[in-house]
Design a protein around this ligand. Structure first.
Ligand code: THU
Length: 160
Protein backbone atom coordinates (compact mmCIF):
# COMPACT_ATOMS: atom_id res chain seq x y z
CA UNK A 1 0.00 0.00 0.00
CA UNK A 2 1.21 3.44 -0.83
CA UNK A 3 -0.26 6.63 0.51
CA UNK A 4 -0.50 9.51 -1.87
CA UNK A 5 -1.07 13.03 -0.54
CA UNK A 6 -2.85 15.41 -2.85
CA UNK A 7 -2.16 19.08 -2.35
CA UNK A 8 -3.91 22.01 -3.90
CA UNK A 9 -3.40 25.75 -3.65
CA UNK A 10 -5.95 28.53 -3.86
CA UNK A 11 -5.61 32.19 -2.96
CA UNK A 12 -8.08 33.97 -0.70
CA UNK A 13 -8.53 37.74 -1.05
CA UNK A 14 -10.30 39.85 1.55
CA UNK A 15 -12.58 41.39 -1.02
CA UNK A 16 -12.95 42.52 -4.60
CA UNK A 17 -11.03 45.71 -3.79
CA UNK A 18 -7.88 43.58 -3.43
CA UNK A 19 -8.13 42.43 -7.06
CA UNK A 20 -7.18 44.01 -10.37
CA UNK A 21 -9.61 46.16 -12.34
CA UNK A 22 -9.85 43.46 -15.01
CA UNK A 23 -10.99 40.89 -12.49
CA UNK A 24 -13.42 43.33 -10.87
CA UNK A 25 -14.85 44.09 -14.30
CA UNK A 26 -15.36 40.38 -15.02
CA UNK A 27 -16.93 39.82 -11.60
CA UNK A 28 -19.28 42.73 -12.25
CA UNK A 29 -20.34 41.04 -15.48
CA UNK A 30 -21.01 37.87 -13.48
CA UNK A 31 -23.04 39.93 -11.03
CA UNK A 32 -25.16 41.37 -13.85
CA UNK A 33 -25.64 37.87 -15.25
CA UNK A 34 -26.74 36.65 -11.83
CA UNK A 35 -29.65 39.07 -11.94
CA UNK A 36 -30.92 37.14 -14.97
CA UNK A 37 -30.87 33.77 -13.20
CA UNK A 38 -34.08 31.77 -13.32
CA UNK A 39 -34.11 30.13 -9.91
CA UNK A 40 -37.72 29.98 -8.63
CA UNK A 41 -37.16 26.63 -6.90
CA UNK A 42 -33.94 27.14 -4.97
CA UNK A 43 -33.97 30.94 -4.78
CA UNK A 44 -30.22 30.61 -5.10
CA UNK A 45 -28.90 32.70 -7.95
CA UNK A 46 -25.55 32.26 -9.61
CA UNK A 47 -23.82 34.30 -12.28
CA UNK A 48 -20.71 33.39 -14.26
CA UNK A 49 -18.60 35.41 -16.67
CA UNK A 50 -15.84 34.12 -18.92
CA UNK A 51 -13.08 36.10 -20.54
CA UNK A 52 -12.00 34.65 -23.87
CA UNK A 53 -8.69 35.19 -25.64
CA UNK A 54 -10.53 37.17 -28.33
CA UNK A 55 -11.55 39.66 -25.58
CA UNK A 56 -15.19 38.54 -25.67
CA UNK A 57 -16.93 38.19 -22.33
CA UNK A 58 -19.51 35.40 -22.16
CA UNK A 59 -21.96 35.26 -19.28
CA UNK A 60 -24.42 32.74 -17.92
CA UNK A 61 -26.76 32.23 -15.03
CA UNK A 62 -28.44 29.20 -13.52
CA UNK A 63 -31.61 28.11 -15.27
CA UNK A 64 -33.89 25.90 -13.22
CA UNK A 65 -36.71 23.60 -14.25
CA UNK A 66 -39.79 22.11 -12.58
CA UNK A 67 -38.09 18.81 -13.36
CA UNK A 68 -35.16 19.73 -11.13
CA UNK A 69 -32.32 17.78 -12.81
CA UNK A 70 -33.19 19.40 -16.14
CA UNK A 71 -31.93 22.75 -14.88
CA UNK A 72 -28.39 23.92 -15.51
CA UNK A 73 -25.80 25.76 -13.43
CA UNK A 74 -24.50 29.19 -14.38
CA UNK A 75 -20.97 27.99 -15.07
CA UNK A 76 -22.04 25.33 -17.54
CA UNK A 77 -24.56 27.63 -19.20
CA UNK A 78 -21.69 30.05 -19.84
CA UNK A 79 -18.95 27.63 -20.82
CA UNK A 80 -21.14 25.56 -23.16
CA UNK A 81 -22.26 28.76 -24.85
CA UNK A 82 -18.63 29.81 -25.24
CA UNK A 83 -17.73 26.38 -26.61
CA UNK A 84 -20.63 26.50 -29.05
CA UNK A 85 -20.11 30.06 -30.27
CA UNK A 86 -16.33 30.33 -30.15
CA UNK A 87 -14.98 26.80 -30.56
CA UNK A 88 -11.50 28.04 -31.43
CA UNK A 89 -11.12 30.54 -28.61
CA UNK A 90 -9.50 29.86 -25.29
CA UNK A 91 -11.11 30.69 -21.98
CA UNK A 92 -8.64 32.71 -19.93
CA UNK A 93 -10.60 33.39 -16.80
CA UNK A 94 -13.93 32.68 -15.12
CA UNK A 95 -15.65 34.76 -12.43
CA UNK A 96 -18.49 33.30 -10.38
CA UNK A 97 -20.77 35.03 -7.90
CA UNK A 98 -23.51 33.21 -6.06
CA UNK A 99 -25.97 33.73 -3.27
CA UNK A 100 -29.34 33.04 -1.80
CA UNK A 101 -32.28 35.38 -2.21
CA UNK A 102 -33.24 34.60 1.39
CA UNK A 103 -30.05 35.37 3.29
CA UNK A 104 -26.82 37.21 2.66
CA UNK A 105 -24.33 34.68 1.35
CA UNK A 106 -20.95 35.89 2.57
CA UNK A 107 -18.81 32.81 2.03
CA UNK A 108 -17.22 32.19 -1.38
CA UNK A 109 -19.32 29.70 -3.36
CA UNK A 110 -17.21 27.26 -5.38
CA UNK A 111 -18.43 25.64 -8.60
CA UNK A 112 -20.19 22.32 -8.07
CA UNK A 113 -18.57 19.05 -9.05
CA UNK A 114 -20.42 18.74 -12.36
CA UNK A 115 -19.33 22.26 -13.34
CA UNK A 116 -15.73 21.49 -12.38
CA UNK A 117 -15.82 18.47 -14.66
CA UNK A 118 -17.25 20.58 -17.50
CA UNK A 119 -14.74 23.40 -17.05
CA UNK A 120 -11.91 20.85 -16.85
CA UNK A 121 -12.88 19.48 -20.25
CA UNK A 122 -12.29 22.89 -21.86
CA UNK A 123 -9.07 23.44 -19.96
CA UNK A 124 -7.77 20.14 -21.31
CA UNK A 125 -9.10 20.89 -24.80
CA UNK A 126 -7.38 24.27 -24.98
CA UNK A 127 -4.19 23.04 -23.29
CA UNK A 128 -3.96 26.08 -21.05
CA UNK A 129 -5.26 26.86 -17.57
CA UNK A 130 -8.47 28.70 -16.80
CA UNK A 131 -8.21 31.06 -13.83
CA UNK A 132 -11.24 30.76 -11.58
CA UNK A 133 -12.45 33.43 -9.16
CA UNK A 134 -15.46 32.77 -6.95
CA UNK A 135 -17.28 34.63 -4.21
CA UNK A 136 -20.55 34.96 -2.32
CA UNK A 137 -22.58 38.16 -2.52
CA UNK A 138 -19.94 40.01 -0.55
CA UNK A 139 -16.69 39.39 1.24
CA UNK A 140 -13.85 37.08 0.41
CA UNK A 141 -12.91 36.07 -3.11
CA UNK A 142 -11.11 32.81 -3.84
CA UNK A 143 -8.81 32.46 -6.82
CA UNK A 144 -7.58 29.23 -8.33
CA UNK A 145 -4.90 29.46 -11.01
CA UNK A 146 -6.37 26.49 -12.79
CA UNK A 147 -9.47 24.34 -12.67
CA UNK A 148 -7.15 21.39 -12.14
CA UNK A 149 -6.51 22.64 -8.60
CA UNK A 150 -10.19 22.16 -7.81
CA UNK A 151 -10.52 18.66 -9.24
CA UNK A 152 -7.90 16.16 -8.17
CA UNK A 153 -8.07 12.63 -9.59
CA UNK A 154 -9.90 13.95 -12.60
CA UNK A 155 -11.71 11.67 -15.02
CA UNK A 156 -10.48 12.68 -18.45
CA UNK A 157 -9.91 11.36 -21.96
CA UNK A 158 -6.68 9.64 -20.94
CA UNK A 159 -8.67 6.79 -19.43
CA UNK A 160 -10.95 6.23 -22.42
N1 THU B 1 -25.75 26.26 -9.04
C1 THU B 1 -24.99 26.88 -9.98
O1 THU B 1 -25.49 27.62 -10.85
N2 THU B 1 -23.65 26.65 -9.95
C2 THU B 1 -23.03 25.84 -9.06
O2 THU B 1 -21.84 25.59 -9.19
C3 THU B 1 -23.77 25.28 -7.93
C4 THU B 1 -25.24 25.39 -8.01
C5 THU B 1 -27.21 26.46 -9.09
C6 THU B 1 -27.98 25.23 -9.44
C7 THU B 1 -29.32 25.53 -8.82
O3 THU B 1 -30.06 26.29 -9.74
C8 THU B 1 -28.99 26.40 -7.63
O4 THU B 1 -27.67 26.87 -7.83
C9 THU B 1 -29.05 25.67 -6.28
O5 THU B 1 -28.28 24.52 -6.31
Amino acid sequence: MKEIKIESTVFVYDGLESLSQDVVHLMNKAKEAREKAYAPYSNFKVGAALLLDNDEIITGSNQENASYPSGLCAERTAIYYAGAQYPNSKVLRMAIIAGSENKLTEQPVPPCGACRQAIAEYEIKQESPIEIYFMGLKGKVVKSNSLANLLPLIFDKSVL
